[in-house]
Design a protein around this ligand. Sequence first.
Ligand code: ADP
Ligand code: MG
Length: 740
Amino acid sequence: MAVTRLPVGLDTPLRSIVGRLASSFTAKQITTARELLDWLPRRYVDPKRPTDFTELAAGEQVVVVGTVRHAESRRMRGGRRSIFEAVLVDEAGHRLLLTFFRPYGHPGKLVPGARVVCAGKVDRYRQHWQLVHPEYHVLGGEGDDGPVGYGEGPVALYPEIPKVGHMKVAQAVDLVLHAMGDTVPDPVPEEVRQARDLPGLMTAYRFVHQPRDWAEKNLGWERLAWQEAFVIQATLARLRHSSEAVPAVPRPPREGGLAEAFHAQLPFALTDGQQRIVEEVRRDLARDRPMHRLLQGEVGSGKTVVALLAMLEVVDNGGQAALLAPTEVLAAQHHRSITAMLGPLAEAGMLGGADRGTRVALLTGSQGAAQRRAALLQAASGEAGIIVGTHALIQEQVQLADLGLVVVDEQHRFGVEQRDALRAKGADGTVPHVLVMTATPIPRTVAMTVYGDMEVSTLRELPGGRQPITTHVVTADRAHWVSRTWERVAEEVAAGGQVYVVCPRIGEEDDPDLPEGDTVGPGMPVPEPPEGQEGPTLLGVHQVARALRSLPATRALRIAAVHGRQPAEDKDAVMRDFAAGAVDVLVATTVIEVGVDVPNATQMVILDADRFGISQLHQLRGRVGRGSKPGLCLLLTQGTDEDAPERLRAVASTTDGFELARLDLEQRREGDVLGASQSGGRSGLRHLRLTNPRHAEFIAQAHEDAWAVVQADPDLEQHPALLDALSRLDAERAAYLERG
Ligand code: ADP
Ligand code: MG
């Protein structure tokens, strides 16, 4: 009976190519040819530049290159067995002993003058470094029967697999590369490869595993990174394509409507940036396809006004707009400020309300039953044109008469599912337009990778007259600065300003009092940390509020505290008092981080500032200097001047949010960038480094090409290999990319 041999492909089981060797890889879930080829070298050694043996360390798994200086077999003392030893030297002549207790086969290969790659675990033997029974391969030697694939080019070193030597991996990879032939289905289409001058997939694998020189190695890796960008962009392009397939109700500008009236009554002129984005959004809303736009802009750049104009346009068209805030504090604040900005326009049906006005309803998870019922009714009847709320808003029971626009504020706090649930609430068969606002500037590469399916609008300028924020780092070794801080706070209040004091933790109500003294902050004596807690005592909201109430400099001030564990009404009441000027100093956790807008607040003191990340500090600081007076931000840290973290200095040195976002990105791992902290998993980015300028270029190229491919062939019928690659994007990443 004739046996048909299936052609070897990337999904061929490893066992049918490499036989018993395959079992070495099962521990790493490597069972197919593709999985082995994707087991990428960790680094390379350059056989032309031999390893410096003085840099070896006992117990380390190494791969080294050297020259055999001397080799001999000798009989073990008293025994019949013999031992073979070869002395390998590096360029400077440092020695490494290769020892074989079963000499058979080695003396013929490890001859003086031979250049050898060796892999094994380094030991110390007498005065020497030693490798016992190393795997090795003679470079460029005759009768090349060792682990194949090693030539004069860089030698690939693989991540360690327990009990499997480097050379076994190299050998298996070599077998697979040979079995595979030159072409395999390539997710990057031929015409794209040609246009971008990219090698084919198999060539890339060969370059990565068995480069003939460093240029090939780089080319191979770049091609894999490019492919990754391409597959991600294709995913986003398809997402976009499918969301374009669902209709939305067009909400074109209406003459004589609320939007126009509101615009006319604004006490300021829109900045050029605001004007431009208002136009962009207006065009989007007029289309019968859902808007899908990300609005990013510095803290205080005036995003809310832009969003409000969009919401009013929808209301002018008989629809409703929902504004989602990440916290109750913010939702309440948006409700307050929108109501205030609209004035009579938000008092439809009330005495003194404008004829064609609307209502703004607030829906949060914690409001009283009666309030909630009233708000739900307004939402369901359509009486409220604007509904502001937290995610409670999207619970099942909320009925909206005609949801035309969803505005998501401070998007990074929102989960994907929550947004999706709301998007489903459009009128029959349509979806609402979506505008996502974020105050965390996103570097272009991240925007394209994470939000690539959205249009991005960026507000770079701040409204004119906005005062700069000055930031200083105050360290524990500057005791006078620390006490001066609180005097500055009192002076600020005396001059009519208000102050935020931010702590890294809430603490417990019964936390021990801070020692009475003339200061609070770094350098002061602190209570012993509770048992079992390590590191310095971090100041808590309760403690600090109490301490400031007794500190000579601040005890006359009106001090209040706000944090996430308070009931919503309490939080709300405190924020209202602060906004109304009835509180001078607000001691808070990061609940005030996003969006809180009290123009009279001019100073911020951040305690244990080293506990916060760059973007977070920048966000926090954005709470001050929002009015006509300049802002001051003091970053206190228990460290000394010398070891104050670099990021504190960075935050103190610039107020350019984009620059800070870039620094933040550099300091974080890619996983965090793509929101792994939100989803709790890894980002799945294997090759792309969003901070690498060359990769940024790849992303831009891949974006262009992938969108063109998807445009021409949305179902990817002509591109099965790409379709296959898309389906292999792991579920988690796909879910992540669907955000927005
Ligand atoms: P963001 O949400 O982008 O942080 P906001 O929309 O809250 O900023 O605006 C911050 C403050 O600036 C608000 O008090 C707002 O009324 C005010 N503002 C917005 N646009 C302008 C403008 N063009 N000129 C002056 N002030 C503005
Ligand atoms: Mg805002």
